[in-house]
Design a protein around this ligand. Structure first.
Ligand SMILES: Nc1ncnc2c1ncn2[C@@H]1O[C@H](COP(=O)(O)OP(=O)(O)OP(=O)(O)O)[C@@H](O)[C@H]1O
Ligand SMILES: [Mg+2]
Length: 257
């Protein structure tokens, strides 16, 4: 069953057509890759799915509901979460505190009380702390819980961003370049965690990534876009030997040189 249906999705920025008449489905439980050269429109697709920019035209159907043009908080409430780009929310706080804040933002249980210590907040805190530790365990960061977030290596900070995203209990996770800037070891632990999310929690993911080895090893299916248009769709094997895909990447390399 299609969890998300993208139909005729289009975004114009002034005279620039960043995304053109894009159609694809995301099936429940799959890991779908979106690839394409720099500026192809991948992040713009994510921005439209999570509501941070409104499509010029087209439709987004999530779990049979038309979510096109809804504001970001309403889309988040329906279970679509984007991995925080860049770094963690509160780098000067501990790893576990960042997840706790993520849980408070999601549950609306009073962030003020949590940060400034009202008695009722302290009672709730125990349960939320346990939940935060469970999430950290899941992404392999339980041992780092009491360390300061900013002192963690880059790979762990990205895993912490994933933990914060998980606090929102997503059904669909949008991962924009989740392994960019990571070393080989960090890449494999992030990829393993994304696969475990699907296996153990049934979370569906869309992954945008330039690291082709990572995309090919992770995704069930890949949509390729170039200049905002879909040029190919299929299994990693099919995509990697598709002449239009190869040409789009070679063309981009020539443009850059
Ligand atoms: N808010 C905006 N206003 C104007 N133009 C934009 C805006 N956001 C993106 N663009 C343009 O739309 C096109 C697609 O950008 P987008 O960021 O979606 O590409 P991308 O595929 O994510 O690229 P990359 O791989 O480099 O991240 C680019 O030409 C970009 O300059
Ligand atoms: Mg991008």
């Amino acid at each position: 069953m299609a969890l998300l249906k993208v139909r005729g999705l289009t975004k114009n920025f002034g005279g620039l057509a960043a995304v053109k008449e894009l159609n694809f489905d995301v099936k429940e439980g799959e890991i779908l890759g979106i690839i394409g050269p720099n500026g192809a429109g991948k992040s713009t697709v994510f921005n439209m799915i999570c509501g941070s920019i409104k499509p010029t035209s087209g439709t987004l159907i999530f779990r049979k509901e038309n979510i096109t043009g809804l504001p970001p908080h309403q889309i988040a409430r329906r279970g679509i979460t984007r991995l925080f780009q860049g770094n963690v929310l509160f780098p000067q706080f501990t790893v576990v505190t960042n997840v706790l804040i993520g849980l408070h933002l999601h549950t609306h249980l009073g962030l003020f009380g949590f940060l400034f210590g009202s008695p009722s907040a302290h009672r709730r805190e125990k349960a939320l702390y346990a939940k935060s530790m469970e999430i950290l365990q899941f992404v392999g960061l339980a041992g780092e819980a009491e360390k300061i977030a900013s002192s963690q290596p880059h790979g762990n900070q990205r895993l912490l961003c994933l933990a914060i995203a998980l606090a929102a209990e997503p059904k669909l996770l949008l991962l924009d370049e989740p392994v960019t800037g990571m070393n080989a070891e960090e890449v494999s632990s992030m990829l393993a965690t994304i696969k475990t999310l699907r296996k153990k929690r049934g979370i569906t993911s869309i992954v945008v990534e330039h690291n082709m080895k990572a995309v090919m090893g992770l995704c069930d299916r890949i949509v390729t876009i170039s200049y905002g248009k879909k040029i190919a769709e299929g299994s990693p094997k099919k995509i990697s030997s598709n002449p239009a895909v190869i040409e789009a990447y070679l063309g981009a390399e020539q443009d850059a040189s």
